[in-house]
Write a protein that binds this ligand. Sequence first.
Ligand code: GLC
Length: 502
Amino acid sequence: MDIPWWRDAVVYEIYVRSFADASGDGVGDLAGIRERLPYLRRLGVDAIWLTPFYPSPMADGGYDVADYRGVDPMFGSLDDFDALVTQAHELGLRVLVDVVPNHSSSAHPWFQEALRGVGRDRYIFRDHTNNWKSTFSGPAWTQTPDGQYYLHLFAPEQPDFNWRNREVHEEFLDVLRFWLERGVDGFRIDVAMGLYKAEGLPDVGDQSFTSVSPVWGQPEVHGVYREWRRLLDSYPGERMAVGEVWTDDAEDLARYVRPDELHQSFNFAWLEAPWSATAFRKVIDDTLAAVPYATWVLSNHDVVRHRTRYGTDDPGAGLARARAALLTMLALPGSAYLYQGEELGLPEVTDLPDDARQDPIFFRSKGELPGRDGCRVPIPWTVDPPSHEFSPGGVEPWLPQPESFAELSVEKQEGVADSTLEFYRRALALRRALAGEIPYTLEWLDSPEGVLFFTRGPLICALNCGTGPVHLPEHTEVLLTSGPLKRGLLPQDTAVWLRHAS
Ligand code: GLC
């Protein structure tokens, strides 16, 4: 069987608001992305995933969709979208778009009708509430002027759809067709373990994203993905879908990627693992045992950037560990998802002023939780203020960039041999060059405490999460390191790719 393109693909997440602004309003847009496609081609990724660019009041950065078949004027037009897909394809880059099926915006015409008493069954209206909480803090129910309450697992501006209503299924099948006809290669499915809520909406004890509960992961959701799979398979060109499935359980994750369901689901266990060889090894083993095709991800637009996460106990170590984790991830079987800016080693911006913050999590928690703006700060393309050419001319970006972004800018790192950007480029190029020689399988080699050695055909990857330098496993050539070796030893917080005679 031919290997499907997505099995080993490296996919680059573009958080559209923060990638590149061509129009000069301080917010990223589709034309800005087009201008930077050659950069992504050069970086060496296979595909891009665009976060929502649909018409939206932006109560949750566009994850509150008012029209599933359009482009918000802030981001451009459908013509811009078509041009972006065409140009990406010419450069050999596939395009995934986000689909948000758990909830719409409260500005969506269906919800506006529902408020007027028409078609309420498309959403979840009740006379009484239960004890469910919004993921963004506060109750999951908001009362309407006529006394009924509606359910929103996220912000009040994001009412949850009722997937027990067939009309919702038909609508989303049609939305998928709309974008498939425009040439997209696949979809990232937002809150893919949501959609169905347990009949009767019983109270819950623990509502965290762990595994199956009355709130998340109801079994009926798999019927939706079977329908979607049939639709995707009816189009030429291996169209695919990747689900945002938050669960702690690899077996549960595996249910979403059965052969007649989604192609992939994000493997958040990898992202959630602490800096520990034991923890990494467990996630790798559990994942490879549970799913036919693995995925790996270290950062996205919802979590603290991994450079900062890995530096919690030792801030100076964050970048070295982030680079080592990347090299390890790219050596694992399966596909890898990168988040814009990680190739520059961007940290989480933790000191945004309160009046700059925009994430509903910050407001709904009354400032108790910082929210996710810190990983969404616009990309620094050059050293120049005020926006590092994120926006043209003297325009200020929608979130302020810290001073440290000048040193981390693309311009500053381009052509600098040991920069994080050039390291990513080398790692991705080497991964591509080795692809034909490497089997999907992985074997562990004996290694010292706190260290991982694994091999795939001619490639060995070694990762040192321990406290001192270690000897390299037997090899014929050092292919790439995430940081310098010291007298031939692998220092702590460092990873290496080696070749061995196989
Ligand atoms: C997903 C998105 C997140 C959004 C939420 C609600 O988790 O990644 O950004 O806030 O869904 O749509």
